[in-house]
Design a protein around this ligand. Structure first.
Ligand code: SF4
Ligand code: SF4
Length: 434
């Protein structure tokens, strides 16, 4: 045995232990939130398999897995080519520490963690991927794509910075056609009109179940803990879509029963919070957890590992192959309100809509350190929410546990402020009527 081999093994063992400890402790805290529906357990088991036991994602032996790094890679194309998509945006603190050695200091922790995963080669979900698909959205993604190419076959997708014109759409459509041919080479299967239609339907089924689920998430008083909801959404990254959708169907049946029995959680007067901003990727689920542990009720999220991932259905008006490809190009850019696009008024509109639909009292704006695109939009969001008299707090966080206490103090104060505001409002209304 060489000294190099020993050092490598020791590093991997340390990584495995630390990573598993962090993921297991977040899973435990998620499960400890009271009244977790039983049908949520299979989703948490998947997170445990991938992040605590480092198992590969479920797939048939002959199926190739394809790692994706953004919702702008259409999963439909991967399924249509007989592959299985795995969303590899990482929330691992340990992988982040590894990536920190190779990625510049000011890069965001998500890409550092992705790079760390590539370096340490521990995660089977990452290691067993036959191809990585990286859309070029922000600068961090652009640079990480170049670095990932050194460890695995990688295809990059150019995402147009604007999406309003036919020319923008045409450019993205050509990128999707290019992706199809790379996928066909990787899996050895052709993408046909039939396989594409089937995969669009399968993902449509998942979207349908999620839209039912959101109805329960919106309930007032609340039926669900938002952190548990975000864990369910995160598990979509690692489950075959049909399996995720079928389990969502069972969870929805349990929620319907709870609603009919009026089995609500918590108290009526808990401030209803929406979280928006940089991705909240398991196990980095500390901000949602803190919101709920400090007495808030997380009733909505506008994040790309949450509601944004599955919110908009693909609308096919022309059933030809090209018609379906055009429908995908439209679905994966036009309604997407990620701030990587130049003009993003849509995000303001969407958040205004969510505030009304979910009866939101306050907004937590989450910025991962170094994530400039989300930080740029904070000011405009602050002004917009100010005009609506909705309190907002910007919380910046990194992939470690060192900032937890500071975040806890700020989030607690924010929730107390909303409680006082709500109390004053109720008192004023009471005085007026009494
Ligand atoms: S934040 Fe935007 S660019 Fe980044 S992964 Fe999510 S949708 Fe893609
Ligand atoms: S959008 Fe933000 S979090 Fe996502 S890769 Fe870019 S900088 Fe990182």
């Amino acid at each position: 045995m060489t000294a190099g081999y020993n050092e490598d093994t020791r590093r991997k063992e340390l990584f495995e232990k630390k990573s598993a400890r962090v993921a297991a402790s977040y899973l435990r805290r998620i499960k400890e939130l009271p009244d977790m529906p039983k049908e949520m357990e299979p989703f948490l088991d998947v997170l445990e398999n991938v992040h605590v036991h480092f198992s590969d994602v479920e797939h048939e032996t002959q199926q190739k897995t394809v790692g994706t790094f953004c919702i702008m890679v259409p999963n439909e194309l991967i399924y249509a080519a007989g592959g299985v998509p795995v969303r590899l945006c990482s929330g691992s603190y340990t992988a982040y520490a590894v990536g920190d050695e190779t990625v510049p200091r000011d890069a965001c922790p998500l890409v550092k963690a992705v790079m760390g995963m590539g370096d340490i080669r521990m995660s089977k979900a990452f290691e067993n991927c036959s191809l990585l698909a990286v859309p070029i959205t922000c600068d961090c993604k652009k640079k990480i794509a170049g670095m990932l190419k050194r460890v695995k076959p990688t295809v990059m997708l150019h995402v147009p910075p604007m999406k309003g014109t036919d020319a923008d759409m045409e450019q993205y459509l050509q990128e999707l056609y290019r992706l199809v041919s790379v996928l066909e080479k990787t899996t050895g299967n052709r993408v046909t009109e039939q396989t594409l239609a089937e995969s669009i339907n399968q993902i449509g089924y998942a979207q349908y179940e999620m839209s039912r689920f959101l109805k329960y998430r919106r309930c007032d008083p609340a039926l669900l803990h938002g952190t548990q909801v975000m864990a369910v959404m995160n598990s979509y990254a690692y489950m075959p879509v049909w399996k995720w959708a079928a389990q969502m169907g069972r969870l929805n049946a349990e929620m319907e029963k709870r609603l009919s029995e009026r089995k609500f959680i918590g108290r009526d007067n808990q401030p209803r919070i929406l979280i928006t901003g940089s991705p909240v990727t398991f196990p980095n689920i500390k901000v949602p957890l803190l919101i709920e542990e400090m007495g808030g009720r997380l009733v909505a999220d506008e994040t790309c590992l949450g509601e944004r991932a599955l919110y908009d259905p693909v609308t096919v008006v022309d059933n030809s192959f090209d018609g379906m490809m055009r429908a995908l190009a439209g679905r994966y850019t036009r309604p997407c309100d990620c701030p990587v696009f130049v003009d993003n008024k849509q995000r303001l509109y969407r958040i205004r809509q969510m505030i009304k639909a979910h009866k939101v009292d306050g907004v937590v704006y989450h910025v991962l350190r170094g994530c400039l695109v989300y930080d740029y939009e904070y000011k405009i969001m602050e002004e917009e929410l100010g005009a609506m008299d909705i309190p907002v707090i910007r919380v910046e966080s990194d992939y470690n546990e060192e900032d937890v206490e500071q975040l806890r103090i700020r989030i607690e104060a924010f929730i107390e402020l909303i409680k006082l505001k709500n109390y004053a409002k109720q008192k004023k209304e009471g005085d007026r009527h009494g």
